[in-house]
Design a protein around this ligand. Sequence first.
Ligand SMILES: NC(=O)c1ccc[n+]([C@@H]2O[C@H](COP(=O)([O-])OP(=O)(O)OC[C@H]3O[C@@H](n4cnc5c(N)ncnc54)[C@H](O)[C@@H]3O)[C@@H](O)[C@H]2O)c1
Length: 339
Amino acid sequence: MAETFEPKNIIVTGGCGFIGSNFVHYVVNKHPGVHVTVLDKLTYAGNEENIAGLPEDRVELVVGDICDAELLDRIVPGHDAIVHYAAESHNDNSIADPEPFLRTNVEGTFRLLEAVRKYGVRYHHVSTDEVYGDLALDDPARFTEETPYRPSSPYSSTKAASDMLVRAWTRTYGLRTTISNCSNNYGPYQHVEKFIPRQITNIIDGVRPKLYGTGENVRDWIHTEDHSSAVWTILTKGRMGETYLIGADGERNNITVLRMILEMMGKSPDDFDWVKDRPGHDRRYAIDSTKLQTELGWRPAHNDFAEGLRKTIEWYKANESWWRPAKAATEARYKAQGQ
Ligand SMILES: NC(=O)c1ccc[n+]([C@@H]2O[C@H](COP(=O)([O-])OP(=O)(O)OC[C@H]3O[C@@H](n4cnc5c(N)ncnc54)[C@H](O)[C@@H]3O)[C@@H](O)[C@H]2O)c1
């Protein structure tokens, strides 16, 4: 299908975070005619290093808050699209202190939608499959665009709320928007608080990895580069007002992923400790991305999870100077939360 929208000058919110920065790299590498303005508050999860070295004439960083309406008035005019990644993104943090999640994920989206309304730019909203809650472990069903919202955690409830704002603003004010709900991402530049990087960096540090609950919880893994190509596809070819689910058939339970990491790093597959489960921990996520594949022709390129995981481990081994500064504070936060 031909691209129906050819953006030239886009704003990427949260472009110094894990998935946002991978998207910025993706756009710079694959779409030479596009300029990217990254709008990022540089919270504990944002790191300028994630976009360091990209050509200055292609990527500009504006350090600021998506909740700052005056800042949006200054930077949005002149752009033709906003791709919205910025969020408070970590479930455990949302349980310990939900307030920043309300502010950034709900109020931040509201501010962006108001700017979209004012300046008539195209808007793509990046969301999560966690808005759908969870599936039973023995349930063969997968999430589709028709699955009712049933979020479990403060994090996923604020993402669900933000999706609803986008739908309401689209219907009421006729905004040009699309939404995507993606499954769990892995790859380079992911903060050490998240499941895969935490396990890898603990093993590098000679610390036994920790596994929540029974480890049976299933996540549907997708390489972050496939998420980026899917978002680009939706931004350029998606139908206005539509939601697309993004997933790459990567279902694996947590204990399997941990054992793969241990074995790839030369450890015994039983070399880990069990810890108390996260309250309200979702059991299983699984995405049916048929709509995105059949309607827009998107396909994932990273179909070998073991290969992607091996490369991710190599990336963390080679980039210790990137993750080391955040490691001690992250583990201290987990310890305070009893994990
Ligand atoms: N991580 C996943 O597996 C996953 C899966 C599906 C969807 N998502 C969604 O993708 C997006 C990015 O997730 P991530 O894992 O890269 O998150 P992240 O925590 O790594 O990055 C978030 C970025 O947003 C920035 N930010 C936070 N609050 C801000 C504010 N008020 N103003 C401006 N910038 C702010 C941070 O500085 C950081 O750079 C989120 O919307 C998340 O819900 C994530």
